[in-house]
Design a protein around this ligand. Structure first.
Ligand SMILES: *[C@@H]1O[C@H](CO)[C@@H](O)[C@H](O)[C@H]1NC(C)=O
Ligand SMILES: *[C@@H]1O[C@H](CO)[C@@H](O)[C@H](O)[C@H]1NC(C)=O
Ligand SMILES: *[C@@H]1O[C@H](CO)[C@@H](O)[C@H](O)[C@H]1NC(C)=O
Ligand SMILES: *[C@@H]1O[C@H](CO)[C@@H](O)[C@H](O)[C@H]1NC(C)=O
Ligand SMILES: *[C@@H]1O[C@H](CO)[C@@H](O)[C@H](O)[C@H]1NC(C)=O
Ligand SMILES: *[C@@H]1O[C@H](CO)[C@@H](O)[C@H](O)[C@H]1NC(C)=O
Ligand SMILES: *[C@@H]1O[C@H](CO)[C@@H](O)[C@H](O)[C@H]1NC(C)=O
Ligand SMILES: *[C@@H]1O[C@H](CO)[C@@H](O)[C@H](O)[C@H]1NC(C)=O
Length: 904
């Protein structure tokens, strides 16, 4: 080391003496600010020191051990070119000097103001270095490198940074540029304005709104906040926003109904908000829908709960019929608001509209109507034993229900008429009127009514108390009866036990005729009076009668018994008598006013008159031939060997093939007024003749089949069941028969058959009238049922004019069949001629078919039917009938029934 220094010094000494001192080869600027420059040069010899000379200054730099020397020149002016000379100094000698020059950096701008911020642009402004036209500026931000900003001569520079992203923070550096030198850079940050929201959706009701919009998207994924302002008073609060995925939901409550809200929704980022998205929406004004109406005859009380239990609502109630409008202030009313309209008309529809009102704004209005109820008692109720009628108003439906509820009728009212039929006689009914309003049945009023009971039937007497009294006996009628009151000779006795159908009356005279009347009661309602004349037992008196009278009586009884026996014998043997005594008696019709007398005469002495007359008819027509019936191929087609169809009047079936028989055991019967072929009297079909029977019905175009037998009676088959057992169609020959409907009643069943001819496809409807309460050879229990049944048939016949004959059959097709046909014809005659010719018509029938009206009792029954049909016209007076072996009794109901019918 020491050696080295010594060597250097030696060489320097050599140099300094022998050569000039060298300059530095090179000076490098290694640092530059706006006021300093830092130089560096290589030290050739560590013994050298240096002098740096500027224009006005000289600085000595001491020798250094380093290989390179640094020197900072400070206190310079920015942006200025400086010249320097560097001298090397050694041993008191100085080199010639190394000359170089360099510039200082320009200054940074003092301040950059952000004077405008938009979504895609920021406007910057700073003070210009006005006197330095050799300066310019460069801006650096994001990826943009040193955007040059043109030089201007203005005091300030304004620059629009464009194409930015909205709602984003930017970091800027602004440089001052001088020649190739830039200032250190002025750093600042700022933000662009965020975008407005999009897709604002509003759901509103009276007091609340739910707003929803999309989160405002941006490249930097900044989280923005949102502010909602109401452009009018009052302020609204959308503080609690819920961000749900990319949606923001805001719930505003406490709004006024029916109010227009104008909103601005801002997006906020840093200190900046978006321009604001404007929209408006109007809160709704709901209607009250739960309105309760309380009804009475003259008042309607309307009430409703306050809407949302909120006092801000007021209400207007408008009555359209009255044209009035009532106002209600929500804040002064209770929770339930009520208004009563009074002095209204019963049974009248009133309509109303209820509006909700807020700040003079009206809701659409809820319209409703209702009807005042009725005073049921104000109507004129007409009650009979089976019907209730009245003319009412303010009702559309009626329900009649008896106390057990088992009998209910609900017809619709036509022309405001209540018309309830087929009710239970004597029943207690509650009749309720309803009004149908908007498919609701509103009860208008209820009324309790008791029907008149039916009169008792079969009123008769038995001897009692040795002739000093009578036992009065009757049958309970159909329907309810509380009490039966029997009056005899001014005595009135009640029977309230319904099972006891008997009352004993004492204190009468022996062998006296008494008029016995009976009335039935249900509640306060009474039936029509029925009466019968009864005689007390005459036994006691007879003892005192003269002997010759006794003898006369004995003779009379003997004669009567003989005749009775004779006729009974003939009745029991209804074979055509061999004796060909043809009665050509010309029977005259009996005028109605003479009929009761005639009837009395005929029934005297145990129906002697009837017996005689009936017997006279027994031989009528029997001489006629029945050849077809007796042909070998036809013999099996007759149910009874003695009931054969006469050839002259028999029904011919049409034949197609050879060998087909045209025979059926059936004859045409005349009708009223000599109209021929009104009926076909036929035997009940046999298994082998069922198809023939249907063929006959089809070919003769019968539209009604009347059946006056049951298929089996007392275990004997009376008639083949010739129609389908159920609703499954059955084929009879070519005819397909379907039961379309079947209605069962106590005494009869009504059916409707559809018959289809398989060959022609023609279909027809045939009505089936099936009387089920008639014993063979006998007569029905009363005339009433059969007269009613006949009424149904007549009604049908008269409603189908173009029809063929009505087919009537029982078992043999003579007894019951004859009685029914005769009854139908005689009742027509009675109605039209005010006279009846019973014998004449039976005679006429017997000329067409044997044995028509087969027994004397049936013959008497026919008379009884006529009697019962007359009764009201001739008064209740009649001979006692209770001793008639065929048990026929006055039946006022049947008579009434007939009268009603004959008025139609
Ligand atoms: C001085 O040095 C700089 C960089 O170090 C170089 O560019 C320049 O040419 C040198 N000058 C001389 C005269 O050697
Ligand atoms: C952005 O510019 C505004 C307006 O000149 C200023 O008020 C705000 O402070 C600046 N923001 C920042 C982050 O410097
Ligand atoms: C900057 O932009 C605004 C509006 O976009 C314009 O009025 C203004 O002249 C622009 N300034 C400069 C310096 O271009
Ligand atoms: C300006 O920003 C740059 C880059 O971020 C940084 O290097 C420099 O030091 C900053 N200048 C000042 C004066 O802070
Ligand atoms: C209020 O918002 C609903 C639902 O978005 C919209 O259907 C209705 O048009 C808006 N009303 C107004 C007045 O903008
Ligand atoms: C309005 O709607 C909100 C939410 O759907 C519900 O909670 C509120 O009860 C409603 N208000 C009214 C007055 O209907
Ligand atoms: C009429 O009032 C009754 C209550 O009396 C009620 O049940 C019915 O719903 C009301 N009808 C209508 C159409 O409002
Ligand atoms: C109600 O009517 C039915 C007949 O439909 C009858 O059987 C019943 O006894 C009646 N009830 C009363 C309590 O009248």
């Amino acid at each position: 080391m020491i050696m080295e220094r010594v060597l250097t010094l030696v060489s320097l000494c050599v140099l300094s003496t022998w050569a000039e001192i060298p300059d530095v080869k090179n000076v490098t600027v290694i640092g530059r600010t706006d006021t300093t420059l830092t130089f560096e040069w290589k030290v050739e010899n560590r013994s050298y020191s240096y002098i740096l000379e500027t224009i006005d200054n000289k600085v000595s730099i001491n020798a250094s051990e380093a290989y390179y020397l640094n020197h900072i020149v400070s206190g310079l002016s920015p942006g200025t070119n400086y010249s320097f000379t560097l001298y090397t100094v050694f041993g008191g000698n100085t080199s010639k000097g190394f000359y170089f020059s360099d510039v200082t950096a320009p200054p940074n701008v003092d301040l950059v103001s952000v004077i405008n911020r938009k979504e895609y642009m920021i406007t910057l402004q700073w003070s210009n270095f006005k006197n330095r036209s050799d300066y310019s500026y460069k801006l650096k931000y994001r990826n943009e490198e040193n955007v040059s900003i043109p030089i201007s001569q203005t005091d300030t520079v304004e620059y629009n940074v464009t194409s930015l992203d909205a709602g984003t923070e930017y970091f800027f550096t602004l440089y001052t540029v001088f020649g190739s030198v830039m200032s250190s850079g002025y750093n600042f940050t700022n933000v662009t304005m965020p975008s407005n929201v999009q897709n604002v959706k509003v759901r509103s009701n009276d007091t609340e709104m739910i707003l929803q919009w999309d989160v405002v998207s941006n490249t930097s994924n900044n989280n923005y906040s949102y502010t909602l302002e109401n452009r009018n008073e009052p302020p609204v609060n959308c503080g609690s926003q819920i961000v749900d995925g990319n949606k923001v939901i805001c719930h505003i409550s406490g709004l006024m109904p029916a109010t227009n809200y104008s909103f601005t929704l801002y997006t906020e980022f840093a200190d900046l908000r978006s321009t604001g998205f404007n929209f408006y929406n109007i809160t709704t004004l709901s209607d009250i829908t739960g309105v309760t109406v309380n009804r009475s005859q003259t008042e309607l009380t309307i009430s409703w709960n306050k809407l949302n239990n909120n006092d801000i609502y007021n209400y207007n109630l408008k009555s359209h019929r009255e044209g009035s409008e009532k106002h209600f202030t929500g804040s002064v009313e209770g929770d339930v608001i009520t208004h009563t309209y009074s002095s209204l008309t019963p049974g009248t529809e009133y309509s109303f509209t209820l509006f909700t009102v807020v700040n003079k704004a009206l809701s659409r209005g809820y319209s409703f109507k209702n009807i005042t109820t009725l005073y049921c008692t104000s109507f004129n109720w007409k009650v009979t034993n089976s019907s209730i009628e009245a003319e009412v108003n303010g009702s559309t439906h009626v329900i009649a229900q008896n106390s057990t509820g088992s009998h209910k009728k609900t017809p619709i009212l036509i022309h405001n008429k209540v018309n309830l039929q087929d009710l239970y006689p004597g029943g207690h009914y509650t009749v309720s009127l309803f009004y149908e309003l908007e498919s609701q049945q509103l009860l208008q009023c209820s009324h309790n009514l008791t029907l008149a009971p039916n009169s008792v039937s079969h009123l008769r007497c038995e001897y009692h108390s040795g002739g000093y009294g009578l036992a009065v006996i009757w049958e309970s009628p159909y329907g309810a009866v509380d009490v039966v009151q029997v009056d005899v000779n001014g005595q009135s006795v009640n029977q309230s036990r319904s099972l006891e159908k008997k009352l004993e009356i004492n204190g009468l005279q022996v062998a006296q005729w008494y008029k016995v009347t009976a009335l039935s009661f249900s509640g306060a309602m009474r039936s029509q009076t029925v009466s019968v004349n009864c005689q007390t037992n005459p036994a006691g008196v007879i003892a005192g009668v003269l002997v010759f009278l006794l003898l006369v009586i004995i003779i009379c009884v003997a004669v009567f018994a003989w005749r009775r026996y004779g006729s009974a014998k003939r009745n029991k043997m209804p074979y055509p008598l061999v004796e060909s005594r043809v009665s050509n008696k010309n029977y005259k019709p009996i005028p109605l006013d003479k009929f009761p007398g005639h009837y009395q005469n005929m029934s005297r002495d145990e129906n002697r008159g009837f017996s005689e007359e009936y017997e006279d008819l027994s031989s009528v027509g029997i001489e006629q031939s029945s050849i077809a019936a007796l042909l070998p191929e036809n013999q099996d087609k007759n149910r009874f060997s003695n009931v054969l169809a006469y050839d002259s009047s028999r029904v011919h079936l049409t034949t197609k093939d050879e060998g087909d028989s045209d025979y059926i055991n059936a004859n045409y019967m005349p009708g009223y007024g000599n109209a021929s072929r009104q009926y076909i009297a036929a035997q009940g079909p046999l298994p082998s003749t069922v198809n023939d029977f249907w063929r006959m019905v089809w070919e003769k175009r019968s539209q009604a089949i009347v059946m006056v037998t049951n298929c089996t009676e007392s275990g004997k088959v009376k008639c083949e069941q010739y129609w389908p057992l159920d609703y499954t169609p059955c084929l009879y020959g070519n005819l397909l028969v379907t039961v379309k409907l079947e209605d069962k009643f106590p005494n009869w069943t009504l059916r409707e058959f559809i018959i289809k001819n398989k060959e022609t496809s023609e279909t027809r409807t045939v009505r089936h009238f099936h009387f089920t309460a008639w014993p063979d050879h006998g007569v029905p229990a009363g005339t009433e049922e059969l007269i009613q049944f006949r009424g149904l048939i007549r009604q049908h016949i008269e409603s189908s004019y173009s029809a063929g004959p009505t087919t009537v059959h029982c078992s043999a097709g003579v007894g019951r069949t004859g009685t029914l046909i005769a009854l139908d014809v005689l009742l027509q005659q009675l109605h039209k001629e005010k006279a009846v010719g019973i014998a004449a018509f039976v005679q006429q029938m017997r000329l067409c078919r044997p044995l028509m009206v087969q027994t004397e009792s049936q013959y008497v029954f026919l008379h009884q039917c006529i009697m019962d049909s007359l009764q009201p016209k001739t008064g209740p007076k009649s001979e006692p009938l209770y001793d008639n072996s065929d048990m026929i009794y006055v039946n006022t109901i049947a008579l009434k029934e007939y009268n009603n019918q004959s008025q139609i």
